[in-house]
Design a protein around this ligand. Sequence first.
Ligand code: DGY
Length: 325
Amino acid sequence: MPSSKLSVVVTRRLPATVEKRLSELFDVKLNETDTPLSREQLTAALRTADVLVPTLSDTIDAGMLAQAGDNLRLIANYGSGVDHIDVATARQRGILVSNTPGVLADDTADMTMALMLAVMRRFREGSSHLQSGDWQGWSPSAFLGARLGGKRLGILGMGQVGSAVARRANAFGMQVFYHNRKRVHKDAESALNATYCESLDQMLARVDVVSINCPHTPSTFHLLNARRMKLMKPSAIVINTSRGEVVDENALTRMLRAGELAGAGLDVFEHGNEINPRLRDLNNVMLLPHMASATEEARVEMGEKVIINIKTFADGHRPPDQVVP
Ligand code: DGY
């Protein structure tokens, strides 16, 4: 299929260099408003495009895919997580799905460490104390937190982000444990200095910090539920830079309020940008608006991956980052 003829609909504004390159290669329709498309607009795009470039703010379900035009052959997601796309139905309908893995792992891992430090060292309380004008100067006993060095970190999901977190945690002197669907190769395990825990429950009971780095799938929904969080030490904290749905947010909120967990650093939430007010007003949390991968570099590299996926597909090959359900 000649790539210049491909009609590509992009649902959000992307970095200027990425939009320019896409427009040079394909017949591109951009969403100039940069607000998420409505379900109707998205369905209309699925009807007309050869290739759709959505983001995580576009839910593409079976009902919408049933209305897709015969032309639609590729959904080239701008982002790594694809839990907003019904990949299995797309496949049944002969529509390929690709994503942009790898290029945001380091930035996401940096933010994971930043959240760990922020919670363990009480950034939120210190910063609001100072900003409110209450600070009277240094005190030997004020804002005492906990040292990262020597603490036990449990990584839930040892993929690209989890591995990048493990490398950083080693540099901070943490002891790294992990739980994953499959144990990683022993060479990778020893390079990451990470101990495999076959039992998630046992890992949770022994760590000081749990970092969620697995994707959201039907089998990881509420993987960190009330029962499992009760296994954790009351001094432990939860960090989530993956997807909110992996943690039972109401249970986490209740436990934080009751002092059954010491804190949480969250970049993602169970219900998108609708955040439980009882979580929002806690002092022992650091909440960020899904910005772990928000660096200029990552956003350009994600766009470059989208372009390679579409171009490879247009040249008659499988996109290098095809997602298999
Ligand atoms: C992704 O790519 O899925 C990330 O969550 C975006 O930050």
